[in-house]
Design a protein around this ligand. Structure first.
Ligand code: NOJ
Length: 570
């Protein structure tokens, strides 16, 4: 595969690896800004905040589904892939949003749930009522609900089976998620064609890529467990080939909640590529585990495991998103510990996870918020922020399911947090009014006015990260330390030697999860005699000694990003 073909979209830079350098921001249209006072956020509202997002340093938006939908799963239950939910706006308004984003060199990634549709989708309505008709085979029908007993249930809170009986067709249909979300039948060639056409429809409107929702689950078989089966990869290869051929430069991001070695399969190979990016699920819960346990060993373990991926492939790193903080990737023992620390009230749990926002999870501790963000912005992969976390927004565990952390963005201390001019009772979800996170206290306006606010701090870190290509493009190597609470790694970048003019650089990142100040010895033989400099203020640090040992002291729950003077002449 070659990346030499120029990618030129109006307003956007010609960086073929833009997604590896980008800071992403997940934003729910419904919850960001209501421009017309009807109580729901909308596309025009989002467009009106692009200046704010540009100021923050955001390079790419990830917008969860905004299509026609009964909204029984936050829009991941699509009833028409080519129509926008009227509450959110129109196709022209979407085009306007993309144009305005591109003018700011900001990309737009949309979410495509392809594994399933809403049961309200016309395809399903026709499939159930006319089995012999053109949509008869669009879904996975069976006379029994006993097929594939080994396929696990994902929404354990609400579903007892992956099959539901349809009284109209008098057969069972397969559903990986809610029973109102029948799975599409990818064994049927017409489904491929329909999906390809939907992808083309949105690429024609200018989107820069897709988050491929629930992508491991496209195919089921008698032999497998319905996760990443071979035909799923064949399909992704075909989809990627079409995108590369017809829309070069647009990207595909895999949502696959699995171990990196399994997720790596979703990148494909140089010869037969699949997705450009995939989320890193295992690292996220381990950050939360380390914060409470004061032990860095689990992070050290997963970060030391080397997964071979193509040179162009990139991970997506995140702390929170619109779903529960999933604990599927940790052992039962760790899961129970995390429930104890982070979900002591049963209302805080959902499925195999915790339905809370970042700031409440960390009990609004500024030190922990900074430490968690410092990890997010220095791990290997592109960081994905969740809207509102940049100001430490709270949640509302009295709302159902994952709506607890999908409440309106808090812009000002005014009515409805400046999100909407509607009657407060009309909002799709209420604004947070809890004691600590009340919108009168936690909002963008007041944080803009305080130079030491979390918002300014996050913005600063984003800008420091973006000034150093080692974070987006470099390798990561974990170093040995003599302290159980410390994680240390080096990000190294050899320089691209391309027209982007990136210089080689190395950055040493050190994090202490200790709840008290500590002193640590870090072993870095290949860095012997190198000078270190703080990346934020430029201050000189002790050099690594001639034996390759560095001794540092760290304050409670703190971190350093240190420039390593390896490439300089002394
Ligand atoms: C993954 C999405 O992130 C989640 O919000 C949704 O409920 C499921 N897919 C099912 O569509």
């Amino acid at each position: 595969m070659s990346f030499t073909a120029p990618i030129q979209l109006p307003g956007l830079t010609r960086d073929p690896l833009w997604y590896r350098r980008s800071v992403f921001y997940e934003v729910l249209v419904s919850a960001y800004v209501d421009s017309n006072g009807d109580g729901s956020g909308d596309l025009q509202g989002l467009a009106s905040k692009l200046d704010y997002l540009q100021w923050l340093g955001i390079d790419a938006l990830w917008i969860p589904p905004f299509f026609q939908s009964p909204l029984r799963d936050g829009g991941y239950d699509v009833s028409d892939y080519r129509a926008i939910l009227p509450d959110f706006g129109t196709i022209d308004e979407f085009k306007d949003l993309v144009r305005k984003a591109h003018e700011r060199n900001m990309r737009v990634i949309i979410d495509l749930p392809l594994n399933h549709t809403s049961d309200q989708h016309d395809w399903f309505q026709q499939s159930r009522s006319d089995p012999e008709g053109p949509y008869g085979d669009f879904y996975v029908w069976s006379d029994t609900d006993e097929k594939w007993p080994d396929i696990r249930i994902i929404f354990t809170d609400t579903e007892e089976s992956n099959w539901a009986f349809d009284p109209v067709r008098r057969q069972f249909y397969f559903h990986r998620f809610f029973s109102h979300q029948p799975d599409l039948n990818f064994n049927h060639p017409a489904v491929h064609e329909a999906v390809f056409d939907i992808v083309r429809f949105w690429l024609d409107l200018g989107v820069d890529g897709f988050r491929l929702d629930a992508i491991p689950y496209l195919y089921e078989s008698d032999e497998g467990n319905g996760e990443g089966e071979p035909p799923t990869h064949e399909f992704l290869k075909e989809l990627r080939a079409m995108v590369d051929r017809e829309y070069p430069g647009r990207i595909m991001i895999a949502e696959a909640n699995q171990w990196p070695k399994e997720v790596a399969a979703f990148f494909g190979t140089d010869e037969e590529p699949e997705c450009h990016m995939a989320f890193d699920f295992p690292v996220m819960p381990r950050i939360f585990y380390s914060l409470r346990s004061q032990q860095a060993d689990e992070l050290v373990r997963v970060l030391s495991e080397v997964t071979d991926i193509p040179s162009w492939a990139g991970w997506g790193v995140f702390l929170r998103n619109h779903d529960e903080l999933t604990l599927e990737m940790v052992s039962e023992e760790y899961r129970q510990a995390m429930y104890g620390w982070y979900a002591y009230d049963p209302r805080m749990r959902a499925n195999v996870g915790i339905r809370r926002r970042l700031a409440p999870l960390l009990d609004n501790s500024r030190a922990e918020l900074e430490l968690a963000h410092a990890l997010l912005f220095s791990l290997a992969g592109s960081p994905f922020l969740y809207y509102g976390d940049e100001i430490g927004m709270g949640d509302n565990i009295w709302l159902d399911d994952r709506d607890s952390s999908r409440t309106p963005m808090q812009w000002t201390p005014d009515r409805n947090a400046g999100f909407s001019s509607a009657d407060p009772g009309k909002l799709t979800l209420p604004v947070v009014q809890s004691l600590v996170y009340n919108y009168s206290v936690v909002n963008v306006e007041s944080q803009l006015a305080q130079s030491r606010s979390l918002l300014h701090w996050v913005r600063n870190v984003i800008h420091v990260r973006k000034a150093h290509p080692a974070f987006g493009l470099g390798s990561l190597r974990v170093l040995q330390t003599d302290h159980e609470s410390v994680l240390a790694f080096v990000r190294s970048y050899e320089g691209s030697g391309t027209h982007f003019g990136d210089q080689p650089e190395d950055v040493l990142c050190v994090f202490s999860f200790g709840h008290n100040p500590i002193s640590v010895r870090i072993e870095a033989p290949e860095l012997a005699n190198t000078r270190l400099q703080d990346l934020f203020g430029g201050g000189a640090f002790p050099s690594v000694d001639e034996d390759g040992v560095l001794t540092l002291t760290l304050a409670t729950q703190s971190f350093y990003w240190l420039h390593i003077g390896r490439h300089e002449q002394y």
